[in-house]
Design a protein around this ligand. Structure first.
Ligand SMILES: Nc1ncnc2c1ncn2[C@@H]1O[C@H](COP(=O)(O)OP(=O)(O)O)[C@@H](O)[C@H]1O
Ligand SMILES: [Mg+2]
Length: 242
């Protein structure tokens, strides 16, 4: 049974169809990569799933429950958390406080500071940020800020985690560390993960399945090996086209 089911999800911005009848099924415990050139509709897909934006058409079901069109905070409390491509922590707040606030927003319905901090410390440890807990979020390196995005999403207690380019701009070593972290997080928290990434080799190693978007349409879905040799993907994406 699928944990997430996306059926003909469509998003129009004025005359532009950013996402065009995209359908996909996500099995519990899986890691699915989402690939595609800039403007392909990857972030839009995440926004529709997470309730950050409403679809123009189609249906999204999470754990048997229809979620498209619900506000983002409701979707988050049902167990879907996303990171943002443009990292946006509260820069003046400490790393710990950023994560504690997220814990109070999420699925666990925590309303008090103490329990929120307990969760925040655990999540900071899991994301390798515990030693930077008392730093201002704005003073973190890019790799640190990307980890903080993941930590804030995790603190909401998700079952489905959507990672939007959390490895973009990182060095090869930092990418390798991020991959190890994502694999560890899946096991530790029993997560199902969707991951948008441009680093093709990273997706190949990490994912059970890969989805390829091109101009808003899903043009391929399969195992990493299938995707690497898929003619339309090689033409549209790996061939260096738009
Ligand atoms: N809020 C918006 N208003 C208008 N156009 C948008 C908006 N968000 C995204 N788009 C457009 O939709 C298309 C898909 O964008 P996006 O999903 O961000 O692509 P990707 O994440 O694959 O780079 C792009 O052409 C982008 O300019
Ligand atoms: Mg994007």
């Amino acid at each position: 049974m699928s944990l997430l089911s996306v059926e003909a999800a469509t998003k129009r911005f004025g005359g532009l169809t950013a996402l065009d009848a995209v359908s996909l099924e996500v099995a519990p415990g899986s890691i699915t990569g989402v690939m595609g050139a800039n403007g392909a509709g990857k972030t839009t897909l995440f926004s529709l799933i997470a309730g950050t934006d409403r679809p123009s058409g189609g249906r999204i079901t999470f754990d048997g429950r229809r979620v498209d069109g619900l506000p983002a905070d409701r979707v988050c409390r049902l167990g879907i958390a996303r990171t943002f491509q443009i990292v946006r922590p509260f820069a003046g707040m400490t790393v710990l406080d950023n994560v504690a606030v997220a814990a109070m927003y999420g699925r666990r319905r925590i309303r008090a500071r103490g329990p929120a901090e307990v969760i925040a410390w655990e999540v900071l440890e899991a994301t390798g940020l515990a030693d930077r807990a008392h730093q201002a979020a704005g003073s973190l390196t890019l790799a640190g800020r990307k980890r903080l995005e993941v930590a804030r999403a995790l603190a909401t207690g998700p079952r489905l985690l959507l990672l939007d380019e959390v490895m973009a701009g990182l060095t090869a070593t930092e990418v390798a560390e991020a991959l190890a972290m994502i694999e560890d997080l899946r096991r530790r928290y029993d997560l199902t993960i969707l991951v948008i990434e441009h680093v093709m080799r990273a997706l190949m190693r990490l994912c059970d399945r890969i989805v390829v978007l091109h101009h808003g349409r899903l043009i391929a879905i399969g195992t990493p090996a299938e995707i690497a040799t898929h003619p339309e993907v090689v033409d549209a994406y790996l061939g260096g086209g738009s």
